[in-house]
Ligand binder design. Structure first.
Ligand code: GLN
Length: 593
């Protein structure tokens, strides 16, 4: 790690949370970034998770929600996904700091003897390491053109007062002096509850959390109050008086119908004006309000949609929506593009299985009834054998009933098993992850990761080459020769069966660099039956929906065929999908033709 010159003009916005977690601190921090970007500033972000895990790789989706994967293969907290989507940037694994990472770094240094025999302590060694990490990562480019960011937004996970975040709080107390006052500001996001008895906005918990923050030597510059309904002026004045913050610097963000409203609301409350004067921002010449206009358009379209598109999500972690956070976002982005209101039916894969039919026939029939009512079926990624047979049954139904289907990672693998069992008649076919049977159509294919011994997962950005011209997915990607997407898997389609699969109509239209790894499958004579070994949801953006998801939604709306004929007539097909700077004009074009 190197130390940056403190006179550098990098600006830092620290976002802390008060009262309880889970009040949308990440969305507020991302929205601050969106506003700054709309004013032409380059924004990066750092998410601090004060837990001891080194990264999110070992998390159970039940407990923490989805594991988000970055281009560089970093397995990180799902909040990083919000930053990438809101800021339209590409973050790196170091943009997620955990207590585990900081301690590992300091302990490695100690073992090397770098501390020259000194006693290694939380203050100053851990707190110094945190500050150095933040300064180093803030300067790393997150934009395609590799330019350095101007502003770094740092979100401190958890709430002020948590024992595990103490070293970070102390690090930032020191940091504000290290980088100077005009380069550092603090936004505190706090809950203002409205108890049912009076429905009044209660500011006491916020007052307490600010008091605590001040006790640690940090002073909020802006207080964002999260509440169910808009706060009256009197409540804002109370926060202002007791927390010693100007009343214009107390902002209320009530619950909103769509998250796209949050940056707009904050913009209307003068957040940019505040940051600009507090951080002495020098206005950018490329200031372009069109970004905010696009967000307004997104919010309005989202609130206006009436016609539904129903997607059945057949998975394992259906009890916790966060387990499929990026999948749901990608479906939302695609549905929005197609002017449809998305309705997702979460179906627990085991409910579709024969065992449930025996043990709980009502549950079984309800699950099948839900599946049959959907316009399209999505089988997401996952690990372990539970629910596999249910997923295979859902896929068989989609295949034989010509229902649009998208299989992601494990979903692709299940589609391969289903096809092998019911079309190729390999009755025992399975993945070696679940069964060491004779026909292992999905097998473990480790990838050589230089320098990382023991890393068995294929993680991060890899290239897929299209091997045929007449692929639907290829057209959806704008007829590119190759595409880059993010991966997180160990198992893959067994190359030894490819020929027989292809002869029977299951085509592997996208493959890895060495032609050995099957990345995209498509079924002949089906409106949309697609499997992808990668996770396209990780790079879906509100303004740039993901191609395979867009295909699913278009097919579910019965419009895909029509759309694809237009793609070829457009002459410049890359304009139409993810490459388009303003896809909505094209979406509208399609709807009116
Ligand atoms: N369990 C499968 C594998 O490891 C699928 C992983 C996934 O869906 N992310 O390959």
């Amino acid at each position: 790690m190197f130390r940056h010159n403190s006179s550098s003009s990098m600006k830092y916005v620290l976002v802390t949370g008060g009262v309880i977690s889970g009040i949308g601190k990440g969305i507020i921090a991302s929205s601050i970034g969106t506003i700054l970007r709309s004013h032409g500033f380059r924004v990066t972000s750092i998410k601090i998770d004060p837990y001891i895990n080194i990264d999110a790789g070992t998390f159970s989706p039940y407990e923490h929600g989805e594991v988000f994967v970055l281009d560089d293969g970093g397995e990180v907290d799902l909040d990083l996904g919000n930053y990438e989507r809101f800021l339209d940037v590409t973050l790196h694994r170091d943009n997620n700091i955990t207590t585990g990472k900081i301690y590992q770094y300091v302990i490695d240094k100690e073992r090397r003897g770098d501390y020259l025999g000194k006693t290694v302590q939380v203050v100053p060694h851990i707190t110094d390491a945190i500050q150095e990490w933040v300064e180093r990562v803030a300067h790393i480019s997150v934009d395609e053109d590799k330019a350095e960011p101007d502003i770094c937004i740092i979100e401190l996970g958890g709430t002020i007062g948590d024992i595990e975040s103490m070293s970070f709080v102390e690090a930032f107390r020191q940091f504000q002096f290290r980088v100077k006052k005009e380069n550092f500001c603090l936004v505190h996001v706090s809950l203002v509850p409205q108890p049912n008895s009076t429905n009044e906005h209660k500011t006491k918990p916020t007052q307490h959390s600010v008091k605590e923050l001040r006790g640690y030597g940090l002073t909020p510059d802006l207080i964002i109050c999260r509440s169910a309904t808009p706060m009256p002026l009197s409540a804002k004045e109370k926060v202002s008086m007791f927390c010693q913050v100007d009343k214009d610097h107390v902002i209320c963000i009530p619950d909103v119908k769509t998250l796209f409203r949050v940056p707009l609301l904050m913009d209307e409350n003068g957040v940019f004006h505040f940051l600009s004067s507090r951080l002495h921002l020098i206005p950018k010449s490329n200031y372009d309000q069109s970004l905010m206009i696009k967000w307004r358009d997104l919010a309005e379209r989202m609130e206006r949609q009436l016609e539904e598109v129903i997607i059945a999500l057949v998975g394992k972690y259906t009890a916790l929506e966060d387990a499929y956070a990026s999948v749901l976002k990608a479906l939302t982005h695609a549905a929005l593009f197609c002017n449809r209101k998305l309705k997702v039916l979460f179906i627990h894969a085991t409910d579709l299985e024969a065992n449930t039919q025996k043990d709980d026939p009502v549950k079984y029939h309800e699950a099948w009834q839900q599946l049959c009512s959907a316009h399209g079926v999505l089988v997401p990624g996952g690990f372990g054998s539970r629910g596999i047979e249910g997923k295979i049954a859902a896929i068989e139904w989609a295949r034989t009933q010509s229902k649009p289907f998208l299989g992601i990672c494990l979903g692709l693998q299940c589609a391969v098993i289903e096809f092998a069992r019911h079309v190729l008649q390999y009755k025992d076919a399975n993945s070696s992850e679940f069964d060491k049977c004779e026909h292992q159509v999905v097998i473990e294919m480790p990838e050589h990761n230089p320098g990382i011994m023991g890393a068995t997962m294929r993680l991060g950005r890899r290239t897929t080459h299209f091997v045929t011209d007449d692929s639907i997915v290829r057209k959806l990607y704008g007829d590119m020769d190759s595409i880059d997407e993010r991966h997180r898997h160990r198992y893959e389609v067994n190359p030894k069966y490819i020929e027989v699969f292809e002869k029977a109509g299951m085509k592997f239209v996208g493959r890895s660099d060495d032609n050995e790894r099957m990345e995209i499958l498509e079924l002949e004579n089906h409106p949309y039956f697609v499997g992808v070994q990668y996770h396209p949801e990780y790079i879906s953006r509100p303004l740039k929906p993901s191609a395979p998801y867009l295909g699913l939604i278009w097919a579910a709306c019965g419009e895909l065929k029509n759309v694809l004929t237009h793609v070829t007539k457009q002459q410049s097909p890359t304009d139409i999908t993810i490459k388009s700077p303003s896809p909505f004009s094209h979406a509208n074009l399609f709807r009116h033709t």
